[in-house]
Design a protein around this ligand. Structure first.
Ligand code: GMT
Length: 378
């Protein structure tokens, strides 16, 4: 049964974030294995790239009927899911992020019938932030309970889902993964020279600059490191707190030592320039960027928030300190940057851990097993 090819609808946030990246990469990998993948989203997922055999895109169009003060995207999505499921004869819908996608999948299933199975993957703030909101908590609980299978990207997220929503049904652990054909240490010596002198180290932060990322802590850590280590800070990405961060950099007179790279497509190339990745988040269900760094041989210094300790092994592939403890994080970063032998050892451990524990091959197979299970094909 396990080689039976499936027809799978995937819904995610197509234009941003780790959840969109994981959903899109998973879709591509499943298509490579011969499954037929139908993305049902409002725009083409940004990581989809060029043409792929077995991958189809169905655009959700929102009605702008004049009585609607707020165009009802969720209803259009649910209807589109049901239409695509019926027309393409889908076996299942795999939705990433509980709100609104799992709720829409539940509605679609009501329209299509119980032969259509639904799998929900929880990614983080759909639980750690939204499930604390009393106005939608019950809706999230309903969507999770009505899914045929639920997965979450760390043990910590499973624990928090159970605690916040009082969920008792099984939740499968499904870590984020990397494609080792893409994520490996790149030779970026030429690029490094664009940002740092040969004797300078490079610290890097990559995120969407939401408050949960605590990017101001990144600046505080870097300022302490830069007191003793000749170094540069490269900031990658953009988001709501970027101007606050820029202001802090000016106030601390660090403009000459910090470079803004904005959003970058080729993360593996950019991340390979770093000596250390900084991830001091307040909430982080997994921390895909730390895995991407790990696969490129770059250790992470960050916080112990959420699922980060399940990924970054303290004292082996990076160092972790309590949220907000910028002094400890700076000391750890200095240890790695001032001791080449230690850095090489951590870098090797990173490569080993990324390629032994978090490969796309293994994790795609685990998702397939879940699909076969909900379809009764085990
Ligand atoms: O980190 C973000 O702000 C983006 C967010 C998302 O919803 O796309 O990422 C979440 O999902 C990723 C993929 O599973 C995880 O690696 C991130 O840790 C998680 N972010 C948070 O929990 C804050």
């Amino acid at each position: 049964m396990f080689d039976q090819k499936l027809k799978i609808g995937i819904t995610c946030y197509p234009s941003l974030g780790g959840s969109g990246v994981v959903a899109t990469e998973l879709g591509k990998l499943l298509a490579e294995r011969g499954h037929e993948i139908h993305f049902i989203t409002h725009s083409i997922p940004f990581r989809l790239g060029h043409y792929h055999k077995n991958i189809f895109f169905h655009e959700v169009e929102v009605s702008d009927y004049y009585v609607f003060r707020y165009p009802p995207y969720d209803l259009s999505l649910a209807s589109k899911m049901a239409q695509v499921a019926q027309m393409q004869n889908l076996d299942l819908l795999h939705v990433h992020y509980a709100v609104p996608h799992a709720v829409c999948a539940f509605l679609a299933k009501q329209m299509v019938g119980s032969d259509l199975k639904t799998v929900t993957t929880l990614h983080g703030t759909d639980i750690t932030v939204l499930a604390q909101d009393e106005s939608i908590k019950d809706l999230i609980r309903l969507a999770i309970n009505q899914s045929d299978a639920v997965t979450a990207v760390s043990k910590d997220l499973i624990r928090e889902t159970r605690q916040l929503l009082d969920i008792t049904k099984p939740i499968d652990l499904m870590y984020n993964f990397i494609d080792k054909r893409v994520y490996y240490p790149r030779d970026v010596s030429g690029m490094r020279h664009d940002y740092a002198a040969p004797h300078e180290k490079i610290l890097m932060h990559i995120s969407n600059y939401r408050p949960v990322k605590r990017v101001c802590d990144v600046i505080d850590v870097f300022a302490k490191v830069a007191e003793t280590v000749p170094s540069k800070l490269l900031l990658v990405g953009e988001g709501p707190e970027l101007s606050k961060v820029q202001c802090k950099i000016r106030q601390m007179n660090l403009e000459d030592r910090v470079c803004f790279l904005g959003k970058q497509e080729d993360v593996a190339q950019v991340i390979s320039m770093a000596d250390v990745l900084l991830l001091p988040s307040e909430k982080e269900s997994f921390g895909l960027v730390a895995l991407e760094a790990m696969a490129c041989g770059v250790p992470t210094v960050g916080s112990t928030a959420g699922g980060i300790p399940e990924l970054v092994k303290h004292g082996e592939t990076g160092y972790l300190a309590p949220i907000g403890d910028v002094d400890a994080m700076a000391e750890y970063a200095k240890m790695l940057l001032l001791d080449e032998r230690l850095h090489r050892q951590f870098s090797q451990a990173c490569l080993h851990r990324a390629t032994s524990e978090f490969t796309s091959d293994a994790i795609t197979s685990q998702y397939e097993q879940i699909y076969y299970r909900v379809l009764g094909m085990e």
